[in-house]
Ligand binder design. Structure first.
Ligand code: NDP
Ligand code: MG
Ligand code: MG
Length: 341
């Protein structure tokens, strides 16, 4: 069985004895930085000149340095900028300051797994990846709980890289929930697959097809929105609490019977074949290369796909309904409907 690491298995004083630079103050960056500071760790935020995030980090009481200054100062450099920018940030501002004995820390293995970043000898390369969005990582910590994490060590130059990883995981609250050992390869490939095939890609397109099917058949878009999108959260909450079994226990017999007989008609064996093809493209590096090549070219494909998807009719219907009902609760960084990023 899988070994789960908890608070008692980690020594907080290890990370408390190190200077930590957090590169990027976005979703993960702000959460790690605030949780580390509340755990008694010395933290500096690293951002490029002119960054929109500088003000936010300073308002939260952090010292902000340039990435090069911070990388020079720190013992542990945590790269929490977007994956597609990490290679450039590393080459321009981090690499030259990575003397032996320092630690490079990631929350996702993308750049190491696909070879975009290669650390010099003598540097520990580790990963502490929370299995949840950054805003949840912060919210759970403040509530006295944590988001589970998975941790990996790619290079153990010091011989103590795992101790550092668990200490960091404890400081961000992850070991209140629990931590599991993984590898950069396993984390990267399963994370990309999960978000593409099921959580984001699969779910978004399942909901869109369901909505289109009902609206094209003449039903009101507002009713369709409730049935295929709004209720999704209630179903997912039950799955999260007790697996698919608890969800099926809670729904009506009618819904449960429909699940058994109609689910496999919608999600048929073709879907699994398609999933295997998606996994192959992740494992071969084809997805990574397509993403990074597009990003390097100024993201023409990404920008066009984002604009097209934002035009799906379910978005306008949802905006209208969410504004009318009481469940609406937004993240401070997200502006519903304005497409402001
Ligand atoms: P974000 O997109 O939220 O990061 C944005 C931050 O990075 C901003 O502060 C931005 O500054 C800064 N940034 C952008 N470019 C640079 C640069 N050149 N130099 C310094 N800072 C820069 O990232 P995420 O938090 O989503 O992702 C960070 C890492 O965490 C990734 O590896 C991701 O895969 C991983 N991860 C993310 C999860 C999530 O919940 N989002 C979940 C688990 C892992 P500015 O304001 O100037 O744009
Ligand atoms: Mg991911
Ligand atoms: Mg119903």
């Amino acid at each position: 069985t899988t070994e789960i690491f908890h608070d008692a298995d980690a020594d907080l004083s290890i990370i408390q004895g190190k200077k930590v630079a957090i590169v990027g103050y976005g979703s993960q960056g702000h959460a790690h930085a605030l949780n580390l500071r509340d755990s008694g760790v010395e933290v500096v935020i690293a951002l490029k000149d002119g960054s929109k995030s500088i003000q936010k980090a300073q308002d939260a009481g952090f010292e902000v340095k340039t990435v090069a200054e911070a990388a020079d100062w720190a013992d542990v450099i945590v790269i929490l900028a977007p994956d597609q920018h990490q290679r450039g940030i590393y080459a321009d501002s981090i690499k030259d300051h990575l003397t032996a004995g320092k630690t490079l820390l990631f929350a996702h293995g993308f750049n190491i797994r696909f070879g975009y970043i290669q650390a010099p000898e003598g540097v520990d390369v580790i990963m502490v990846a929370p299995k949840g969005p950054g805003h949840t990582v912060r919210r759970e910590y403040e509530a006295g709980r944590g988001v589970p994490i998975i941790a990996a060590v790619e290079v153990d130059a010091s011989g103590t890289a795992w101790d550092t990883a668990w200490s960091y995981a404890k400081a961000i609250g992850g070991l209140r929930a629990g931590g599991i050992k993984t590898t950069f390869t396993e984390e990267t490939e399963t994370d990309l697959f999960g978000e593409q095939a099921v959580l984001c890609g699969g779910m978004s397109h399942l909901v869109q097809y369901g909505f289109e099917t009902l609206v094209e058949a003449g039903y009101q878009p507002q009713i369709a929105y409730f049935e295929v999108l709004h209720e999704l959260k209630l179903i997912v909450d039950l799955m999260w609490e007790g697996g698919i079994a608890k969800q099926r226990w809670s729904i009506s017999d009618t819904a449960e019977y429909g699940d058994y007989v109609s689910g496999p008609r919608v999600i048929d064996p073709h879907v699994k074949e398609n999933m295997k093809a998606v996994l192959s493209d992740i494992q071969s590096g084809a997805f990574a290369q397509r993403f990074i090549d597009d990003q390097d070219a100024g993201a023409p494909e990404f920008t066009q796909l984002r604009a097209k998807e934002e035009q799906h009719p379910i978005e306008a219907v949802g905006r209208e309904l969410r504004a009318l009902f009481a469940w609406k609760q937004q993240d401070e960084d997200y502006t519903d409907g304005s497409a402001a990023r």
